[in-house]
Design a protein around this ligand. Structure first.
Ligand code: NDP
Length: 443
């Protein structure tokens, strides 16, 4: 059995029932053959087994009291995955589906994504199986405070710096940061995605969506294509989806469909993003409402139906495993030629295979959605300098970082003779972290 095959077996035995985690690890291991062929020292020092095992996994109780005085308990997680190239960095997710497998898959992917940005950021991820939907403002605040009352002892501006993710936006980051500051009696850049009034960075809110479109634009440019005049669908209507839609529209695309976890809207005239922002960001309502406001638009129950809408470019920006093989078939049949992952692991392995076999331009999330964490890195720099940068400066750095990630991955395709950006992103991220670990000894 080869070293890589052995690693696949070990990870399966050690992490039974962790489907998402095994999916993410398998994809990376499958990409690494050319790397282990070229660098025998990686096998000699057993780098892969060390990278797969998180440095630290913290699971904790989060008790909180609802508005009726009832006591609830949720489970909190922080997986501090790898700090070989910088402090642990990665978002916090609040969603009822959160479990250790999901947090580990996200943390593992984050390690390589952060390395791709070229910034000194290690990888981690956290969250809780808490559902913010239907909770009052005070319940959200009490939950965030309880979560941070345990988590604070594991964080620090040079140790672990979380950010938002699904269910954790500006409101939650504010409550989490506030509680950290209160307990630790220090004002440091321990969180990113902060409000602009207390150390946040301009363009951080927009960064993942904008960065995705910058990355996909580079990929399209290499094929003499662009967003201009393209028909686009964007799944989700949260942070990543909203700003991916905005940037695609700015570049001349017509975005015709968006979704939430209940269903999707189709607007043949093009999505009016101000309405989506009002419904999702201000009113915290369902996307269904859009079709009541814009009579030419149609709402369909069931979020996966969005992949049946004909488009040139599909940007999955909601959650993991949202494009299955049947969805990929529908997209290809309807003429889609490009898929850019804004979410983490939104495409199942068999759907990715189908896209690649059909020569669909495919931008993997690990590279394409790195703009969020890259701009978080820029927020950390501004916090350390105690100096805010202009929106133009942050946006221009974000654009440069996304172009560089694309160029580094494209170069790896030539260097290693690869077939896709999926393998390239895994290899470029992996090699950077593995080299750093090698130089630091067995720790
Ligand atoms: P938000 O919570 O802001 O938005 C998530 C969106 O996806 C909502 O529209 C939500 O619908 C929908 N959604 C969530 N779960 C499901 C599900 N199980 N099925 C269908 N739709 C679902 O999260 P973000 O926009 O921040 O994150 C979206 C994705 O992007 C995630 O995969 C995240 O890990 C990834 N990402 C986020 C980054 C960031 O900077 N925020 C950075 C890099 C990656 P509803 O409103 O009904 O819940």
């Amino acid at each position: 059995m080869s070293y890589l095959e052995r690693m696949r077996e070990i990870v399966k035995v050690r992490n039974p029932h962790e489907d998402e985690f095994l999916q993410a690890v398998t994809e990376v291991i499958e990409s690494l053959e050319p790397v282990f062929a070229r660098f025998p020292e990686f096998e000699e020092t057993n780098i892969l087994e060390r990278i797969i095992e998180p440095e630290r996994q913290i699971i904790f109780r989060v008790p909180w009291v609802d508005d009726q005085g009832r006591v609830h308990v949720n489970r909190g997680f922080r997986v501090q995955y790898n700090s070989a190239i910088g402090p642990y960095k990665g978002g916090i997710r609040f969603h009822p589906s959160v479990n250790l497998s999901i947090i580990k898959f996200l943390g593992f992917s984050q390690v390589f994504k952060n390395a791709l940005t070229g910034l000194p950021l290690g990888g981690g991820k956290g969250g809780a199986d808490f559902d913010p939907k239907g909770k009052s403002e005070m319940e959200i605040m009490r939950f965030c405070q309880s979560f941070m009352t345990e988590l604070y002892r594991h964080l620090g501006p040079d140790t672990d710096v979380p950010a938002g993710d699904i269910g954790v936006g500006a409101r939650e980051v504010g409550y989490l940061f506030g509680q950290y500051r209160r307990i630790c009696n220090e004002f440091t850049g321990v969180f990113t995605g902060k409000g602009l009034s207390y150390g946040g960075s301009l363009v951080r809110k927009e960064a993942t969506g904008f960065g995705l479109v910058y990355f996909v634009s580079e990929m399209l440019k290499a094929q003499n294509k662009s967003f201009d005049q393209a028909t686009v669908i964007v799944s989700g209507s949260g942070n990543v989806a909203t700003y991916a839609c905005q940037k695609a529209q700015e570049l001349g695309a017509k975005v015709v469909a968006m979704s939430d976890s209940n269903g999707f809207i189709y607007d043949p005239e093009g999505i009016k993003l101000d309405t989506v922002k009002e419904i999702k960001e201000v009113q915290r309502e369902r996307i269904k409402k859009y079709a009541d406001i814009h009579k030419g638009a149609r709402y369909t129950e069931g979020s996966r139906g969005i992949w049946q809408v004909p488009c040139d470019i599909a940007l999955p920006c909601a959650t993991q495993n949202e494009i299955y093989e049947e969805d990929a078939k529908a997209l290809i049949k309807n003429g889609c030629y490009c898929v850019g992952e804004g979410a983490n692991m939104p495409t199942t392995p068999s759907a990715i295979k189908l896209f690649l076999e059909n020569s669909i331009l495919f931008a993997p999330g690990k590279a394409a959605n790195a703009g969020g964490v890259a701009t978080s890195g820029l927020e950390m720099t501004q916090n350390s300098q105690r100096l805010p940068w202009s929106a133009e400066e942050v946006d221009s750095r974000l654009r440069t970082i996304m172009c560089n990630i694309y160029q580094d991955c494209a170069a790896a395709i030539d260097e290693y003779g690869l077939n896709s950006l999926v393998e390239a992103a895994n290899i470029v991220g992996f090699v950077k972290v593995a080299r750093a670990m090698l130089e630091q000894g067995v720790i």
